[in-house]
Design a protein around this ligand. Structure first.
Ligand SMILES: Cc1cc2nc3c(=O)[nH]c(=O)nc-3n(C[C@H](O)[C@H](O)[C@H](O)COP(=O)(O)OP(=O)(O)OC[C@H]3O[C@@H](n4cnc5c(N)ncnc54)[C@H](O)[C@@H]3O)c2cc1C
Length: 401
């Protein structure tokens, strides 16, 4: 598809990167995605291909061996990849958030240790805030990090780690009481710990267990896990940024770029659903003509394409805002909210256009139908986005006097 979701003002380098990624998606991802998804199989070859393309280091600065590209370039690549298979964009997403947090907040030693190997995809990141009893309400975290000499001892249970099994570096948000007396606001008494581990399941390091993969409705292939810390000992120099009490802000900064990423995934999945819908509508005949010639179906296609365009424009705007150095929480929240809702609606319309065949696992739209809902939840639900948007609007439009 060439007409929709164009982005004005890209540099030659950006265009070259995107065309390489699109080519890779068309040749290496789309033909195998549905088969791998149905088998819930990790896309090892695709991941190796992404490593070769340098995608694991796309936003990592050149001095650390990355490509030093912008959030916009990254988001547009993610959009392309999600068009092929949303799970593959999930494999990159938590890696990218952890690399971003290291770049923004890490000590020099932490950047030197991790970023060059992250750029190569040798170190792969996972991001852990959620717990069994909380997701939206991050301030309710109960996992704890307690100082013991030159180490911290971590205890607690985490939930929903995307790439929890395959990653070897996990940014884990815990409550840390050190220097923060009782009564300190929750967001000021949290610390992000950089936990290194072996990939795999079971006890992957003394005191750290990854029990197994959570069986999910969609978003298959990529592993999503729990993480159990029981007396896990972490050197004090693995506190992100070297000082406790800043974890909440560091993780929220990561989530903010993650939201642009989820918006981009919504755009990519919606584009693919549109491609499938518009193609099927011209092949299937009813009442003597292709269903695309019935006005009701044409209207559906018109609505779908308009949603694809609107979501893409908002996602690009949010990425460009961040790249310009400005605060983008309002734009990122709006883009994530709109793109994920529109994605669900476009996928549903493409599913309806397929009639009964949309219900068959032989058709790609069946997979998309199970994948779209994840985007309504990950990196903050629609309600949480609306809370962020509403709060920011009241700041911007505060009554004077
Ligand atoms: C496949 C998958 C992968 C994930 N990957 C990760 C990951 O890598 N790392 C990570 O840390 N987490 C991850 N998550 C967790 C995800 O971020 C949370 O599921 C999400 O933030 C919602 O939290 P919850 O599930 O606890 O829902 P809850 O917070 O319990 O919310 C339940 C419902 O109540 C609504 N709600 C909550 N509070 C309010 C309010 N104040 N006002 C109005 N409505 C409200 C919510 O919108 C939702 O509809 C993942 C989740 C999934 C499903």
């Amino acid at each position: 598809m060439t007409r929709l979701a164009q982005t004005a003002g890209l540099t030659d380098i950006q265009q070259e990167i995107l065309s390489t990624v699109r080519d890779f998606v068309d040749k290496e991802i789309i033909p195998v995605a549905t088969g791998l998804e149905h088998r819930d199989e990790y896309p090892t070859e695709i991941v190796e291909g992404l490593k070769e393309l340098g995608l694991f280091g796309l936003m990592i600065p050149e001095e650390y061996g990355g490509l030093g590209e912008s959030l916009l370039t990254y988001a547009l690549c993610v959009e392309e990849i999600a068009r092929g298979w949303m799970s593959v964009s999930g494999i990159i997403n938590t890696h990218f958030i952890v690399a971003y947090m290291l770049k923004q907040h890490g000590t020099q030693e932490q950047k030197d240790t991790f970023l060059p190997r992250m750029a190569l995809g040798e170190v792969r990141g996972a991001f852990s805030m959620s717990e069994p009893a909380l997701g939206s309400d991050v301030s309710a975290i109960t996992s704890k990090g307690v100082r013991d000499g030159d180490e911290y001892v971590l205890d607690g249970q985490k939930m929903w780690l995307t790439n929890g099994g395959t990653a070897n570096l996990v940014a884990v948000l815990c409550r840390s009481d050190e220097g923060h007396p009782e009564g300190t606001a929750p967001h000021k008494s949290m610390t992000a710990f950089l936990v290194e581990k072996e990939p795999g399941f079971g006890e992957v390091r003394p005191g750290l267990t990854i029990p197994g993969k959570i069986d999910k409705m969609g978003y298959k292939g990529v592993d999503t896990t729990e993480l159990i810390m029981d007396g896990l000992r972490i050197p004090a120099n693995r506190v992100l940024g070297g000082a406790t009490g800043r974890g909440f802000y560091q993780m929220m900064d990561g989530v903010e770029v993650g939201r642009v990423n989820v918006a981009a995934r919504g755009c990519g999945v919606a584009q693919r659903a549109f491609e499938l819908g518009v193609s099927y509508a011209q092949q299937r005949q009813t009442f003597g003509k292709p269903i695309a010639q019935h006005q009701a179906i044409q209207f559906k296609l018109a609505e779908m394409a308009t949603k694809v365009e609107a979501a893409h424009a908002m996602m690009v705007n949010a990425a460009r805002k961040k790249d310009s150095g400005e605060r983008n929480d309002l734009e990122a929240g709006m883009a994530k909210y709109l793109a994920s809702e529109y994605c669900k609606e476009v996928v549903e319309d493409a599913f309806r256009i397929h009639g009964g065949y949309g219900f068959s696992k032989e058709y790609e739209i069946e997979r998309l139908y199970r994948e779209a809902p994840m985007l309504l939840i990950g990196e903050g639900t629609a309600e949480i986005q609306k809370m962020i948007i509403g709060r920011r609007l009241l700041e911007e439009y505060r009554l004077q006097g």
